[in-house]
Write a protein that binds this ligand. Structure first.
Ligand SMILES: *Cc1c(COP(=O)(O)O)cnc(C)c1O
Length: 355
């Protein structure tokens, strides 16, 4: 730290991304990426012509991505904007709606929410989830600040129904309710149908998980034209060229291939369910997941020890230290063979522990 660093950054603990090891060395189940390649349409969209276009700036109006998203989700284009990952979209939302105010989110959720609150000097009110990690919607009625809920939640994998979410949106007419739908394609109920009735609802989506484009850095915000205009004001005051030409093309192509998305999601869900059942037979518990990961407890081991034991067997998973999450690890649903390897490793760890 230099002596020049801004005061507000000195005590902030930045986000620690999951490890990105060199290819081949590990089975990588630690950052919720997709085991499948992007849609073939993405490959086609990124040809020599696209590369030649890099001479010019990208479109500050975010085309062709914005139109493709509007078509895909049946919205008008003024209800869509995009960012360099949904992380950037969420960061714009903090700046647009939370500065000088308060943000309200669960105690166990995506770690970045608290970091943005610290970065932007926003008061964070953390509401504890119930003992079983479920969220009580009534805790968020008249929340007294911007509400931010990942649905399905991470790292628990648990989801609220659309009706439960609507209760929260309807009872916060004076607050923006941001629903982070990073994992919704894996079996959650989207709040999209609520957009026509509520002007205080903002939905964020990512291309990093279900659409196999983590490396493209693409996220969307979907909401009322007024909320989107506010986000655009931030984006255009920060970096109007926040998305490069290649990601704009890749994202648009991915959105146009619904069949491919459905096929990938179907395989992940099937493998998630069979992995959860296999873990259960081994005596390891996981929470009922609506995402592309499982939140798993290994008998006789805390999360840190289980994570380390898996790492020794070349399997990377994510562990979240802390009083509530410390007993668990988060395991991404990867490919079939990867999950077999993970289950074999878990069996070996459990057998070793019982010797
Ligand atoms: C992965 C994730 C994000 C970030 O996604 P990017 O688009 O890669 O920035 C946001 N929210 C949640 C809950 C996530 O799990």
């Amino acid at each position: 730290m230099s002596r020049f660093l801004s005061l507000c950054l000195r005590t902030l603990a930045p986000y620690t991304p999951g490890e990105q090891p060199k290819e081949g060395e590990f089975i990588k189940l630690n950052t919720n990426e997709s085991p499948f390649p992007p849609s073939p349409r993405v490959m086609e969209a990124l040809g020599p012509e696209a590369a030649a276009g890099l001479r010019l700036y990208s479109d500050p109006g975010l085309e062709p991505l914005r139109s493709a998203a509007a078509r895909c989700y049946n919205l008008s284009p003024d209800m869509v904007t995009a960012g360099n990952g949904s992380d950037e979209v969420l960061s714009f939302a903090f700046q647009a709606f939370c500065l000088g105010g308060r943000v309200v989110f669960p105690d166990v959720t995506y770690g970045f929410y608290g970091i943005w609150a610290a970065l932007y000097g926003v008061e964070a009110r953390r509401i504890p989830l119930r003992e079983d990690f479920t969220l009580n919607p009534a805790d968020y009625y008249e929340a007294g600040g911007t509400v931010l809920i990942a649905n399905p939640n991470a790292p628990t994998g648990l989801a609220l129904t659309r009706d439960q979410m609507e209760g929260i949106v309807a009872r916060n007419p004076g607050n923006v309710v941001i629903v982070d739908e990073a994992y919704v394609d894996f079996g959650g109920e989207s709040c999209l149908p609520l957009l026509e009735r509520y002007d205080n609802l903002l939905i964020t989506r990512t291309f990093s998980k279900s659409r196999s484009l983590a490396g493209a850095r693409l996220g969307l915000a979907l909401g009322s034209p007024a909320l989107i205009e506010d986000l655009e004001r931030v984006r255009n005051s920060f970096n109007p060229y926040n998305l490069g030409r290649l990601p704009l093309l890749a994202g648009a192509a991915a959105l146009e291939d619904k069949d491919y998305l459905d096929a990938c999601v179907e395989k992940i869900i099937a493998l998630r369910q069979s992995t959860a059942a296999a873990l259960n037979r081994l005596g390891a518990q996981s929470l009922p997941s609506r995402t592309n990961f499982l939140f798993v407890r290994c008998p006789g081991l805390d999360g840190a020890a289980y994570c380390a034991a898996l790492r020794q067997r070349k399997v990377l998973v994510r562990h979240f230290p802390g009083p509530r999450t410390g007993g668990y690890v988060r395991v991404t649903i990867g490919g079939r063979e990867e999950m077999e390897h993970y289950l074999d490793a878990t069996l070996a760890i459990i057998e070793e522990g019982s010797k």
